[in-house]
Design a protein around this ligand. Structure first.
Ligand SMILES: Nc1ncnc2c1ncn2[C@@H]1O[C@H](COP(=O)(O)OP(=O)(O)O)[C@@H](O)[C@H]1O
Ligand SMILES: [Mg+2]
Length: 216
């Protein structure tokens, strides 16, 4: 099962949701893979910056790579959770390799959660478009909603970040996008602290776990 998380704007909580979902799936199913297409996952998972090659190098290497090359890039996060790191930025993906990456991830027997970043294009768009669950992580902000409506990518569901005092409610968002809200995640200091302290794999905040348990 391939789950893509993406945002319409940066700072939406996309990386936090992707890391938390992968942690929950690894616990529930014994194994899961989380794929970093935006570069921030090691920070929220409490890992040092990976110094080896990652997805960017794999995409740039083209079709000459051995069949097991992608698997060899994996880094251990916990007993059940592995990370495919983003690799170094600024490399050119060989044409068509985004589609190959999407197909390989979709065929993985483990649940796979991908952080596709905000406003995905190129290989990030290819992976998000191929996902069984394409989750838009959205703060209840009119500008983010407008961007989501203009996006070439149509989500299969929304993870709404719940913030006090916003005029936009879940019904408005469902009506504007025409897709269901799969989870409502609270905007909470405990979540910010856990994310910024790199604790999302080790000590997932209860409110985040409860909110996301049925999202994918
Ligand atoms: N539900 C939440 N409650 C509180 N803070 C959050 C929540 N989700 C994300 N944050 C904080 O907001 C910032 C941006 O989150 P992040 O997941 O990196 O967003 P994005 O990946 O969409 O750019 C981080 O500092 C993170 O700790
Ligand atoms: Mg991010």
């Amino acid at each position: 099962m391939l789950v893509a998380c993406w945002g319409a704007k940066g700072g939406s909580g996309t990386t936090v949701v992707a890391a938390a979902l992968a942690t929950l799936l690894a616990r529930a199913q014994g194994a899961a893979l989380v794929v970093d297409l935006d570069g921030d996952l090691p920070g929220v998972l409490g890992l040092p910056e990976p110094d080896g090659p990652g997805i960017a190098e794999w995409l740039a290497a083209g079709e000459g790579v051995p069949p097991d090359a992608l698997g060899r890039l994996e880094v251990r996060v916990t007993a059940g959770l592995a990370l495919l790191p983003a690799g170094a930025p600024g490399q050119w993906a060989v044409e068509g390799r985004g589609d190959v990456l999407a197909a390989l991830l979709a065929a993985d027997p483990r649940p796979v959660v991908v952080d596709c970043g905000s406003q995905p294009v190129g290989h990030r768009l290819a992976v998000a478009a191929a996902a069984a669950h394409s989750l838009l992580v959205l703060r209840p902000c009119a500008l983010a909603l407008r961007r989501a409506q203009r996006s070439p990518l149509r989500p299969s569901g929304v993870v709404l970040i719940d913030e006090d005092g916003r005029a936009l409610g879940p019904d408005d968002i469902e009506a504007a996008l025409g897709v269901p809200i799969r989870a409502i995640v609270p905007w909470a200091r405990s979540i910010a602290r856990a994310a910024d302290g790199g604790l999302l794999a080790g000590r997932l905040p209860g409110g985040l776990a409860r909110a996301l348990r049925k999202a994918a």
